[in-house]
Design a protein around this ligand. Sequence first.
Ligand code: FAD
Length: 636
Amino acid sequence: MSPPASTKVDLLIVGAGPAGLALANWFRGTNIKVLIVDKKPGPTPRGQAEGLKSTTNEIFDSYGIGPQVTAESWRLEEIACWGTRKDGGEGIVREQVIPDRVAELGKPRETMLQQSRVEHHMLHNILSHDNIEIRYSTAPISVDVDTSCVHEADTFPVSVSLEKVTTNTNTTNGDTTNGTNCHATNGHHINGQNGHQPNEHDAPSDMISAKYIVGCDGARSWLRKQLDVSLEGDLTDSVFGVVDLVPKSNFPDIRRVCYLRAASGTILLVPRSNKEVRMYIPVESGTALPDPKDLTFDRVMDAARKIIAPYTMEVGSVSWWSAYRVRQRVGNHFSRLNERAFLVGDAVHTHSPKAGQGMNTSIQDAYNLGWKLRLTLRGKVRSSGARQDLLRTYESERRPVALDLIAFDKGFLKLFAAPSAQFDTEILQALKFTTGLSIRYPPSCAVQLPKGIEQLGPSLLKADLVPGKRLPDFRVVYQADGVPTWMHKRLSATGQFRVMIFAGDISDSTASKRLHDVGKYLGESKSLKHVVMPQSEQEPLVEVLVVHCAERDLVDLLALPEVYRPWSDESGYDFWRVFADVESVHDGHGKAYERLEIDRQVGCTVVVRPDGYIGAVLEVDDVEGVERYFEGMNVS
Ligand code: FAD
């Protein structure tokens, strides 16, 4: 037999689920060579996840697939809470209907789209890029990292041998499941095992040398085991059936998200497309916990009918059902081997699916890691130490998110058995948490606190415009043509930082001079000029944007310093960098300054990272603060 061929790639991604595909999307339009391998024979035919939080939809916007995803998605607008009757009678009654809304977002909090469609859009977004290759029916069988050269930028320390996989099954996410019965009525059987079943025809098919390897290979991650990462946490005492079906029911809120709380447990009901609903149904078995393997569909539905009574629930078509016992676990490391190997998504955290967090968190992990790898692989980070510092922030930023998620999940599961009043208030708080608005990454090279400040004080901790938090989204209009846009839609995933100058009312001469001075400095400063001004061969590392609140016709865009409207010989002026916080022709006033609590006279400057999180908040003319940020990042 001839020796296996060897291929060199910059990045090897194991797993083409939500996390792997989200990660790969960062490398579109670059010359970074990415190989994704997945043991399944082709794209996910169905998948379990559905709920997309608005912060995940912002990621899709930045990848340019937001419109397609939104067009197919189902919006969730209301949550109905049902409980036992207070008059001692039997059955459940509606207690209240809560808007499914988080005021700070100003847009729908959650939409529903089946995992396979979400993956479809991410997959199709990368297929036309020659630098990204995806191989199905392929799995790694060994990995070796040469630690002697991990500090040098252009080395390929990761060696992996791949093999072709012949599977007679498809894989389940397996994330929260344990001893699962996973069934589909369309004749497709999902066996809930590791899926990878090499047969006698399997043979090493390729040797890969890579600079970095990332395991996006789900809850039973192969790479996690190779890296000796252990999961901390345990099985819960919650056993649930989950059913996707067309219900034939006289229950009046069947098309709303519902919490149905009866003496025998709480059902979470979520409407889906195609007249289907998903129900998470607690299953009890006297005092002993049932083994999910022993549960039958009829038994799960009997438990559901008991809770929903006196309303009826007959079964129309069933597209999928399963039973599981929740595991709540987090990996003790998210990166290994001097930040040459990473784990993302379900590979490093699992929890109950009921808060709809798994797919969202997996995509958001990948989004966090992707820009750091992109910057590193494009040679933008100057030293080996700085590269490692930056890549280390993946673990320091995302592991606490996973730990918080598990803590939340524990409370959320208990909440299902809590008294009504507590339940209702906590559900409202949960809406905010699950949207990701409370995430704040700790200080690091990428999250810098104001000079002389070691820790954020209580008032700043509560504010939204704070280093380490996601830039709150806001709607403004383009100075050039009055077209309204949400800011995150404008922040496409190009790998660029944005220096966003909230210049205030620049029809006032003081504010106008300040903006001019800042622009001149940024465009001419020795340390910043080459990162903010367009270079001939590639986009600059930093885009400078202006958000003012003057009347538009009092502002002359072309009279502003060049850095705010650079010229290129190919396409003339860049008209898409200056925005006004004013009334738009059709969509009203976004009130950005008010929403962000920025003083219209004072303004401020915000350094926004490529992932839309805030790197620094500075005084509006603190150009040295801007320099300090990029020096701290050690990028050029
Ligand atoms: P996975 O989706 O598991 O993808 C891993 C990929 O790696 C797969 O394609 C697999 O084939 C591949 N792979 C595995 N091992 C190997 C190997 N050795 N070699 C090569 N390839 C390999 N999340 C939400 O956000 N919202 C929801 O509403 C929601 N509902 C859920 C309902 C249920 C019943 C369940 C069980 C989960 C739900 N989740 C939900 C969770 C969500 O499905 C997962 O968190 C999400 O799919 C994780 O994405 P991932 O890419 O990390 O892993």
